[in-house]
Design a protein around this ligand. Structure first.
Ligand code: ATP
Ligand code: MG
Length: 369
């Protein structure tokens, strides 16, 4: 039996029919259970549990233990006392149909994609000055993850960064960019992103790119949050290229990041900005690390720079040979054992070593219960 099957204990046949259709739309197989005894067998393993009023009351009266991912579903108009039953069974949310279909389809698709215990990690990369090398480094980390066989989601959070598709040589690729994204439900399934966005493949691994498009507004903060959470739920290495001006779209990435890296060239003014940025990020609760990019025109020693900025040094990096030319040609790849690859691998190792985040940022991106 597929452990990723969401479970439904729904007595209302019409509602169950609707749920089965929505599950089919999400590409997922919904397991129907007829009573609380059957529900108990799948209670601890089903990634998502859908209950109607009868299901919620039965599960409560059989004292099924608390768990995450319980959703109580009602048909409009919602019965007046239903929220009490939802609370009684420990539901995360109460939704009504029609209305909540987009949210539910995404939640079902996410549940079918994989268990939350495989949750991915989120990296935020910021540059201490324009041209610091943050976007190139963010792309290098995602490409290095791909090479290592890991799925990666590379998100361009910088509306004026020129577009990460250009860095990957993917500006001609079909697929959506930020201005095309409609995330009105505030939640998106990773499978939808894989279908809609430009991707790079290597073996079974996939890099999915959500790039800016050099036009329009930058992404809305809720949309950035929804995309990051989709990647995290799907167990991907989520890499966010974050603008150092820390505008609105930057915070969802910083707040969700398991690791934040400031890329600074080894120059005095960039280092002063790196210090200012580090202070702002630390005040927000982030734990930033430094990546110092040489050469140092003024002879500053790369390790001393980190000491003066006062945050842990993640790596130092010599210039990557021929990077400007390969970017122009659209065939950028960090060289195996080159400076970018080494720094990217150190970053991925540090990211993997981070404990799972316990504090979730405010959930303004999802429909409230
Ligand atoms: N590791 C590197 N080694 C050598 N040159 C690099 C490296 N990273 C970036 N560069 C050069 O610096 C340029 C700017 O890099 P990048 O676009 O990554 O900077 P950024 O910090 O993202 O700047 P922006 O402020 O525009 O977002 C690149 O086009 C490339 O020529
Ligand atoms: Mg950039």
């Amino acid at each position: 039996m597929n452990a990723n099957r969401p479970m439904a204990f729904v007595a209302d046949e019409n509602l169950l029919d609707d749920l089965l259709k929505l599950a089919a739309a999400a590409g997922c197989d919904l397991e129907r259970v007829p009573d609380a005894t059957a529900a108990r067998l799948r209670w601890s393993t089903a990634p998502l549990v859908l209950l109607d009023a009868v299901g919620a009351a039965e599960c409560e009266s059989h004292a099924l233990p608390r768990r995450e991912g319980i959703v109580v579903v009602a048909t409009d108009p919602e019965p007046p006392a239903l929220w009490k039953q939802a609370m009684g069974v420990g539901a995360e949310r109460l939704i009504t149909l029609p209305g909540a279909e987009p949210w539910l389809v995404s939640a079902l698709a996410d549940a079918a994609e994989g268990p939350a215990s495989n949750a991915g990690k989120v990296l935020a990369v910021l540059g201490a000055r324009g041209g610091a090398g943050a976007s190139v480094f963010a792309a290098a980390v995602s490409l290095t993850a791909l090479k290592a066989g890991d799925n990666s989601l590379l998100i361009d959070c910088d509306p004026r960064g020129g577009g990460l598709d250009v860095v990957l040589g993917a500006e001609g690729d079909e697929g959506l960019r930020w201005p095309d994204m409609q995330l009105s439900a505030g939640r998106v399934a990773a499978s939808s992103l894989h279908m809609a966005l430009p991707t790079r493949r290597r073996g079974n691994a996939r890099l999915t790119l959500l790039s800016g498009a050099r036009k329009g507004e930058g992404p809305a903060p809720d949309a950035v949050a929804a995309v990051i959470e989709a990647g995290r739920r799907a167990g991907e290495v989520v890499v966010c290229d974050v603008p150092r001006q820390l505008e609105a779209a930057a915070w969802p990435a910083v707040d969700r990041a398991d690791l934040t890296v400031i890329v600074t060239p080894a120059e005095l003014r960039a280092c002063l900005t790196a210090k200012q940025l580090a202070d702002e990020l630390t005040a927000r609760g982030a734990n930033p690390r430094l990546l110092v990019r040489g050469p140092s025109p003024g002879g500053l020693r790369l390790t001393e720079i980190a000491d003066s900025i006062g945050i842990p040094l993640l790596a130092t990096m010599r210039p990557e040979p021929h990077v400007a030319e390969s970017l122009e040609r659209g065939d950028f790849h960090p060289r195996h054992k080159g400076p970018l690859s080494l720094a990217a691998r150190a970053t991925l190792a540090e990211l993997a070593a981070q404990p799972p985040k316990t504090r979730r940022p405010p959930d303004n991106d999802e429909q409230a219960a």
